[in-house]
Design a protein around this ligand. Structure first.
Ligand SMILES: Cc1ncc(COP(=O)(O)O)c(C=O)c1O
Length: 367
């Protein structure tokens, strides 16, 4: 048989730059302050850890294939229809399933200039064309998005609030965006940080997804619920979209321990509220302290801050990153998000925030 060079991926797949997660470890055994992945400093609810442990006694059994206990708990909490909820291995899986279902070669999908990078990967993986809408003040711009809609547009992805900027669109702007989209364009509202938002004019997307056939909202247990390692998220969809996702997802795409832990986490409202209060207590003060040492931040409603560094040699984000690593503090480089001279800092514990500000103060003083 003639020699062949091995299996070849579909056109375009090898042009995709793999997603590079934030640094999570440094050489050496000493502990690190890790504020690079927007994880909650409070950890999960003790009840969630207990539920996870309890699952260990029946790991040989397949989980409920539709994650029914979790869908029912979510439906009860939010007053929505469990039949329209689809759970996934993190919201990442759901974003990719949506792209798999609705995009193919020749189709276009829009996201914004500093939008979450998983959208671009999901779009390219389906052979579709990513269309990038510019932002205004590091915030999604509804007019810029609508101007880029063509007959080939199939999807629009918006993280609200967005990572890594922390900015958001108020409900009125999301409604205006939806009103400007054709009925056959799917609007995906990624609300990974919804629980943190205190602004009164914010709506996560539940209302819109509940009322229209072309809006999906995605949420995650990775952030405020502290279950990032379990990979569990959910989407609230129109009936037809839920039916579509259920046809293509893995039959047991969510694990039993993840379902059990997420149900328990959801029920522990005091723990969730503690995480919200913690963030509220530190987000503003950390931004103010950074401003005092000459570091500007983008106004954020999430659990993280985009910290901008001066262009001056000795004071750049790259140099700050190295300086922080020497002190065993890890923030997130965001060059691939279009911010080569910024770092993203997750709000940590009081001690972690303090250590980071102290180190950045020394960095700015030393330069
Ligand atoms: C905006 C946004 N959407 C989705 C995700 C993915 O979360 P998950 O852990 O549920 O896959 C993240 C995680 O960083 C995020 O920032």
């Amino acid at each position: 048989m003639a020699a062949r060079s091995g299996p070849v991926p579909r056109p375009g797949i090898l042009d995709i730059a793999p997603y590079v997660p934030g640094t999570s470890a440094l050489p050496g055994a000493a502990p690190v302050v890790k504020l690079s992945s927007n994880e909650t400093p409070l950890g999960p609810s003790p009840a969630a850890i207990e539920a996870y442990r309890a699952e260990a006694t029946h790991l040989s059994r397949y989980p409920d294939g539709s994650a029914r206990p979790l869908r029912e708990a979510l439906a009860a909490l939010h007053g929505i229809d469990a039949g329209r909820i689809v759970c996934g291995a993190g919201s990442d899986e759901l974003l990719n399933l949506l792209a798999a279902a609705y995009l193919g070669p020749g189709d276009e999908a829009i996201y914004t200039a500093h939008g979450f990078l998983v959208y671009k990967i999901a779009i390219l993986a389906r052979g579709a064309t990513p269309v990038v809408a510019p932002e205004t003040n590091h915030t999604a711009d509804v007019d810029a998005i609508l101007e880029r809609v063509t007959p080939a547009t199939r999807m629009v992805f918006i993280a609200n609030p967005n990572n890594p900027t922390g900015t958001y669109l108020p409900a009125g702007e999301i409604i205006r965006l939806h009103a400007g989209l054709p009925d056959d364009v799917l609007l995906v509202l990624d609300a990974a940080y919804a629980e943190y938002v205190r602004s009164r004019d914010y709506e996560s997307g539940i209302a819109l997804a509940g009322a229209h056939g072309n809006v999906v909202m995605t949420r995650t247990f990775s952030k405020i619920y502290g279950l990032a390692s379990l990979r569990i998220g959910w989407a609230y969809c129109p009936d037809a979209v839920a039916d579509t996702l259920n046809r293509i997802r893995g039959p047991f795409n969510v694990t039993g321990p993840s379902i059990a832990a997420a149900v328990a986490a959801l029920k522990d409202r005091p723990h969730m509220e503690k995480a919200v209060a913690h963030n509220e207590a530190f987000l503003g003060p950390v931004a103010e302290q950074l401003a005092r040492i000459g570091l500007e931040t983008t106004p954020s409603v999430g659990n993280f801050l985009l910290v901008h560094f001066p262009e001056t040699p000795g004071r750049t984000a790259q140099e700050a990153d190295a300086f922080l690593h020497e002190r065993r503090i890890i923030l997130r480089r965001v060059t691939e998000y279009g911010f080569p001279n910024a770092l993203r800092m997750t709000i940590g514990t009081d001690v972690e925030n303090h250590a980071t500000i102290e180190a950045l103060t020394a960095f700015m003083d030393a330069a």
